[in-house]
Ligand binder design. Sequence first.
Ligand code: PRX
Length: 650
Amino acid sequence: MAEKKLGEYFSEEKGKMYYPSSSFVDNARIKDDSLYREAEKDRLAFWSKMADNLQWTKKWSRILDDDNPPYYKWFIEGKLNVSENCLDLHINNGLGDKNALIFEGENGDSTSLTYNELLKEVCKFSNALTELGVVKGDAVTIWMPMIPEAVITMLACTRIGAMHSVVFGGFSPEALKDRIMDSKSKVVVTADGAYRRGKVIPMRSAAEEALDDCPSVEKVVIVERTGTAYEPRKGRDLLWSELIKDTAETCEPVVMDSEDPLFILYSSGTTGKPKGILHTTGGYLVGVKSSFYYVFDHHEDDIYWCTADIGWITGHSYIVYGPLSNGSSTFIYEGTPDYPARDRFWELIEKYRVTVFYTAPTAIRSFMRWGEQYVDKRDLSSLRLLGSVGEPINPEAWIWYYEQIGKEKCPIVDTWWQTETGMIILTPLPGVTPLKPGSVTRPFPGVEVDVVDDNGQSTDPGQKGFLVIKSPWPAMLRTLYEDPERFEQTYWQQYPGLYFTGDGAWKDHDGCFWIMGRVDDVLNISGHRIGTMEVESALVEHPSATEAAVIGKAHEIKGHSITAFVTLKEGIEGSDELVQELKNHVTKKIGAIARPEEIFFTYELPKTRSGKIMRRLLRDIAEQRDLGDVTTLMDPQVIASIKEGYSEKE
Ligand code: PRX
């Protein structure tokens, strides 16, 4: 792989364009610009037409209520149920025997559930949740491996009108605790353990302390996945298998208002406290159903595989709700791509004849590094479309993906979106849009996006600026859970009337968008969002540390990796043991994804005269760039000493 840093690819327009093959276009749902033109002509009429593809118990009276920005509402007075749209609707249309969910475990065990079977399981667990006292509006926390019960729990929540809050299984029990406390969940659904690279990771026993410390939690439901032992808490802990043994196989879906909350998903921001991003029912489903259909060019016989974890928004929108609301067959895999061998993903594509494959650039860069020999021994001829999400994809990785995985016949949809947007916002339509490796191309029809300068003015082609969304879209977040002030301040105060994404970007002369990455103190590590403040707060909670500054350093595989600079308490000496201890401390507080790759001790952090930590300088040191102007620093000596310490370590 070339030595270049990721950002450098986006500095100029260049490179070849890639067009979909005529055979792809012939079979594509959308072959020309008509959808864009239709949406441009009348945006709201376009969304209303998309909403007509859902099953509503009562039709909406108004498409968009924009009377009280930024509190937008969609499909006013419309009534529907999400699980009904994802299950019953297709069964009524004759798809009951079609596979809805196909699962393979890390050990090679495999299950599939047809729409009929999935509905039955969802109903049984919906009834179980109701018996546990969960009612409309309650929150249920899900902390689980990638197993069918996770999807069943999400759908069961939607069936009875409860909000789910899925917490990524890789987050630590402490992070789980914060999220349970914030959502005040009554019920937590987890597993005894998870399989990870041949090992068993305990979950229920690991969560012991978190669960004991959360006063809202009345019941804990445990799926027996690995047989891992734990100390059951009498009266609180219940086994999934016991619970569903005698519950009824049908459950009437609760009629929900279009604007009733559907789920909370916590995501990192610029403070130490994660944000509870709240999505509602009607608009979210319209957004994910229509975007899934057009972006992934939905075909009835597709076997669709998105490799994300359901703990992230990608898992919510494009493993569960997008595919299932379209009646697709969605495949989930429990394990990692390198276990038991580095061809595992390709083996699964061959085995299940996967047709559409959606993954992240970090994974693609790892595959590239492992080499083509793992790809070549498998038959990938079933693939017809590829997707990328979560972080900028460098053109080298794009081209490798196109040539080695797609065998030069599969278009790649590089999709830009966020937990907040709920749905894909910038993306090619695979049968229509010419592709430029590294560009996310155009806004999805019905969505208005721009790049603006500091004053909120639209930038010229080639000029870098801030990515904004100019008008409301159906799947947008509605607020931050119980924190409307932070909602307004984070997204709407930067540029009045515009949604601020937190990303830097530029447009080229063709109107294609190029994403440069976050402009705030949020890091993108392997496509996952981690706030610098979250890691800093975890570090300073350690008894040895007084202050910490965290930066993202360009990393060949992960996009960025975490480097931390830490000042220690008087009398404490930095040592390799302390570095390990601090790294372990962050893993314990947040989870392995936030574990710093490197930690440096310094007697002081570089600060401006007003006391703000100058992370830019730390980044420059870590990436060995010229430091430029340091005259605004309170103590320029600090930099010299950090630099010295850094080069000693290198
Ligand atoms: O910086 C952008 C990056 O991921 C951020 C959103 O993170 P999250 O809410 O965790 O959702 C990730 C999956 C949708 C964005 O602000 N990002 C996402 N997709 C892309 C991307 N950056 C470049 N290209 C993308 N395709």
